[in-house]
Design a protein around this ligand. Structure first.
Ligand code: CAA
Length: 283
């Protein structure tokens, strides 16, 4: 861990900006990269807002917020990440995009750099195979919202070395997270459990068993979940939920993972949840 001083985060979206925030809060110099300049500015502004909100709530001082922001370097060229000790990719959940990013990272990153991915469902082993250093590729799956959720799911690819796995565990702990160790199987552990629950909630709605509100109220009050499963699906993004169900269905080959037709229909209608303004709820 002592050798990890600088972190590069690829993608300034919902997950990337959260990862950059917790990295900078942990005292690490953090380069935040996004190809899209508007997305990059929005990401940095979001972190700034979170840091200022923390000052208002007396979670940390004004000078801490200033120091954290000073540790975040926005970047628009991947080459700017060449000296980072650990690179964490949090780009769009699309195989071809991720493979290309890892090919590019493998070219620009220094030899000792660890390449981590925040993928929620793509095989770490397959991503690692896109590089010439598969033993230095690892899964670091953060949960949304990253600054709030205490977990990092660590995923070992076929070739991931023990030393690399131990290093990212130490980095996650430094970021204030608890690290669980998981093998590289479709959906890993968290989504293997969470997504079928969400999918079943959609089936419960689809079959007319209960309304959206009653399903969510039932799971919130009956099972102490902070959000009902349909509200959570809107929060994660219905397109993401569907993509993960498809990975489980294809990867594990069991019909119990069949995505609900209603989930598919909502995605076809571009009802992606919060990010598109409409999912099971309107925003
Ligand atoms: N970024 C940073 N902080 C945030 C935030 C965000 N996007 N959203 C909320 N927060 C913070 C708030 O500032 C607040 O902080 P304080 O307590 O210090 O004041 C705290 O979270 C609670 O927020 P709120 O009071 O506004 O709202 P809440 O009590 O309803 O909590 C929630 C919001 C934390 C999101 C809660 O509803 C929750 O835990 N929901 C479940 C989230 C979950 O299950 N995430 C995992 C999704 S699965 C995943 O990420 C992996 C995948 O691959 C799909």
């Amino acid at each position: 861990m002592s050798n990890i001083k600088t972190i590069g985060v690829i993608g300034a979206g919902q997950m990337g900006r959260g990862i950059a925030q917790v990295a900078a809060q942990a005292g690490l110099d953090t380069a935040l990269f996004d190809v899209n300049s508007e997305g990059l500015s929005a990401g940095v502004e979001f972190i700034q807002k979170q840091m200022l909100r923390g000052v208002e709530k007396k979670k940390w001082s004004d000078s801490v917020a200033t120091e954290v922001m000073a540790r975040i370097q926005p970047c628009q060229a991947l080459e700017e990440l060449k000296d980072c000790d650990l690179l964490i990719e949090a780009a769009t959940e699309n195989k071809q995009i991720k493979f290309q990013i890892f090919k590019d990272l493998d070219k620009i990153a220094k030899e000792s750099a660890i390449l981590a991915t925040n993928t929620s469902s793509i095989s770490i082993t397959e991503i690692a195979a896109a590089t010439g250093r598969p033993e230095q590729v690892v899964g670091m799956h953060f949960m949304n919202p990253v600054p709030v959720m205490k977990l990092v799911e660590g995923i070992r690819g076929l070739e991931t070395s023990e030393a690399v796995f131990d290093t990212v565990e130490a980095v996650a702990i430094k970021m204030g997270k608890t690290f669980i160790k998981v093998q590289d199987v479709a959906g890993f552990a968290i989504n293997r459990i969470l997504m079928p629950m969400i999918n079943e909630a959609v089936y419960t709605l689809y079959e007319g068993v209960a309304t959206v509100e009653d399903i969510d109220t039932g799971m919130k009050l009956g099972c102490n979940q902070p959000m009902g499963p349909l509200e959570l699906a809107d929060f994660i993004g219905l397109d993401t939920c569907l993509a993960i169900m498809e990975v489980l269905h294809e990867g594990l080959g069991d019909t119990k993972y069949r995505p609900c037709p209603l989930l598919k229909k909502y995605v076809l209608a571009k009802r992606f949840g919060r990010k598109s303004g409409r999912g099971f709820y309107e925003y």
